[in-house]
Design a protein around this ligand. Sequence first.
Ligand SMILES: NC(=O)c1ccc[n+]([C@@H]2O[C@H](COP(=O)([O-])OP(=O)(O)OC[C@H]3O[C@@H](n4cnc5c(N)ncnc54)[C@H](O)[C@@H]3O)[C@@H](O)[C@H]2O)c1
Length: 250
Amino acid sequence: MKFEDVKTIGCLGGGVMGGGIAQVFAVAGYEVVVRDIDEAAIARTRHAIEDGKWGVKRAVERGKLAFDDALAAMARIRYTTELAPLADCDVIIEAIPENLELKQKVFAELDEVIDPDAIFASNTSGFCIQELARDVSAGRKERFLGMHFSNPVSVMRMCEVVWTPQNSPEVIETARRLAEAAGKEVSLVRDTPGTYGFILNRVFAAAAREARAIVEAGIATREDVDRAMITGRNWPSGFFGGRGGIGKEW
Ligand SMILES: NC(=O)c1ccc[n+]([C@@H]2O[C@H](COP(=O)([O-])OP(=O)(O)OC[C@H]3O[C@@H](n4cnc5c(N)ncnc54)[C@H](O)[C@@H]3O)[C@@H](O)[C@H]2O)c1
């Protein structure tokens, strides 16, 4: 699948990440199909994309998106609880919960019904891509990689494209250019069995381990560790929900 041939993106899962991914591709001019499991989930997805804090209407208010472009983007997104509307998508980006067995099962089901030429991409935070692709056909393995966006997708600029030895160069290039078309910077990452996380989460986890070790050894308090990183390194948040933090302890 060449980049130029991609017209329709399927988003599997319309939660925090799937909704954001649907939004950025719709804004970029792609037709988008979002599939979630029930009507309540679909209603939440639509609300987040249209009226949410990081949605298109707020982007218009903040001067980031023209009004007409927001309307056009909303009109490009179809919502469904069925698998069938995904069948003709050129690229499927999976953003269902971070559960290896669930993802493997769903990818195997999708492999049966989706156009054999379509690319499968997982937004997993860190599972080995080759493990996720375990039960799909050999042909699909060539077109199966990771596209790891950051939250909130409409704001954060990174997409880690995680490639496997089975991928063709064309597929890696298509994923890279797609992420760029959605306004993202791309870092390429080699899929590595036996590890969890790509660049972002591995580096962050290492720093978080060190922060906890400093606190546990009584070297500094949680507040002092957060203050040091926020004011000394300009990190937007600390590890312990400190000032400017996201209220989450790592
Ligand atoms: N939240 C983050 O900050 C973040 C950042 C990067 C990557 N990720 C990864 O993205 C993925 C999704 O995370 P999230 O935070 O969006 O989760 P979420 O819980 O907000 O959304 C998951 C959605 O998937 C739906 N779902 C479950 N089974 C499904 C199926 N079979 N078909 C279609 N939809 C299904 C759920 O109903 C839910 O709406 C995970 O792999 C996560 O590790 C999350």
